[in-house]
Design a protein around this ligand. Structure first.
Ligand code: PEP
Ligand code: MN
Length: 358
């Protein structure tokens, strides 16, 4: 074959490429037209696709193998869906792209996400009425509104204190009502959500359950704010998708909580991923808080990390407070006692006044 022949063949190839392009776009126009008539076209339809593929493969005379043709057409079908979905519909509901305005979560008048700093404080676990009431009194005295406490504790060891369950929720509710506070507590089982809504103002989904999809779906079905903690080994994208599970079921009242991720570092219990805060604030419209207790596991780091969290744009801070940390049934090494808590708060409020970062 001489050079002129090859040039001629290449010209023919170029011509067919352009014809294919025109045909593909013709096809795209048809797909769009059908999509306008039929909403259901916007979902993948495996039965339809398989019928079309069979027909195409039966028609194939080569030289391409059936598997190659199948692969090429499957790509075309994927492109059909993209075409039908249009530009921004692929954006997550939790994304700023979908909703540019900040979401503010109103918990009994405490408006998380309003640009001010909010505090969610209380013991790791609910142990008894007295213990919770002592912390609630300290919160009230310091004009705080949001009380936390675990009733269902997801403990690493099955031999550790597992929490008081529903009794714990009852104690939280009683104390919160007596001191006019709002209460946040973790639920670990989807079947408990229905009853928990009677006692709680915010339902927490913990780090270990961030990808418990049945729990996320159940949280999406209720009309209560959800505090969703980042999984200890979850990427930001996985975290956002977990929030999307809740929001796509109809519950958009979600507070995101960075609580440290697992790294090789052993100096702290987890590694506080501080840059996750501005990333989450940029990429989502949801409020973002930082749990300084579980991210550091160290009392000496609570004030500096909380300052850093507020300075970098967090909407609030979660930290554990116990009347007698040494006797606590869980996380005794990292909880603050009441005087420490008051010092913590003073340091932070002074800091916030000095650095009006928002
Ligand atoms: C908690 O907040 O009580 C808790 C168990 O935290 P995490 O899920 O972040 O470990
Ligand atoms: Mn704890």
């Amino acid at each position: 074959m001489n050079n002129t022949d090859i040039t001629q063949l290449r010209d023919e190839l170029d011509k067919i490429n352009l014809e294919l392009l025109d045909l593909m776009n013709e096809r795209g126009k048809l797909v769009k037209k059908i999509g306008e008539q039929k909403e259901s076209m916007k979902q993948p339809n495996p039965v339809n696709e398989s019928d079309m593929l069979n027909q195409i493969i039966n028609h194939n005379k080569g030289p391409f193998e059936a598997s190659t043709i199948e692969h090429l057409f499957k790509e075309l079908f994927k492109a059909d869906l993209d075409l039908l979905e249009g530009g921004d519909s692929k954006a997550l509901l939790v994304s700023r792209e979908k909703n540019p305005d900040d979401t503010i979560i109103d918990v009994k008048g405490e408006r998380i996400g309003d640009g001010k700093s909010h505090y969610i404080m209380g013991p790791c676990a609910v142990e008894n009425y007295e213990q919770v009431a002592t912390v609630a009194k300290a919160l009230k005295k310091n004009n705080l509104k949001l009380l936390r406490g675990g009733a269902y504790k997801p403990r690493t060891s099955p031999y550790d204190f597992q929490g008081l369950g529903i009794e714990g929720l009852k104690i939280l509710r009683q104390v919160a009502d007596e001191y006019k506070l709002a209460v946040v507590s973790e639920i670990v089982n989807p079947v408990d959500i229905e009853e928990a809504v009677n006692y709680l103002d915010v339902i927490q989904i913990g780090s270990r359950n961030m990808q418990n999809f049945e729990l996320l779906k159940a949280a999406g079905e209720i009309n209560k704010p959800i505090l969703l903690k980042r999984g200890m080994a979850a990427t930001i994208s996985e975290f956002l998708n977990a929030a999307e599970y809740i929001m796509s079921r109809g519950n958009g009242n979600i507070i995101l909580c960075e609580r440290g991720i697992r790294t090789f570092e052993r100096a702290t219990r987890n590694t506080l991923d501080i840059s996750a805060v501005p990333i989450l604030k940029q990429e989502t419209h949801l409020p973002v808080i930082v749990d300084v207790t579980h991210s550091t596991g160290r009392r000496d780091l609570l004030i500096p990390t909380a300052k850093a969290a507020l300075a970098i744009g967090a909407d609030g801070i979660m930290a554990e407070v116990h009347p007698n940390p040494a006797m606590a049934l869980s996380d005794s090494a990292q909880q603050m006692d009441i005087p420490m808590f008051e010092h913590f708060l003073k340091e932070l409020t002074d800091h916030t006044l000095l650095h009006t970062v928002k």
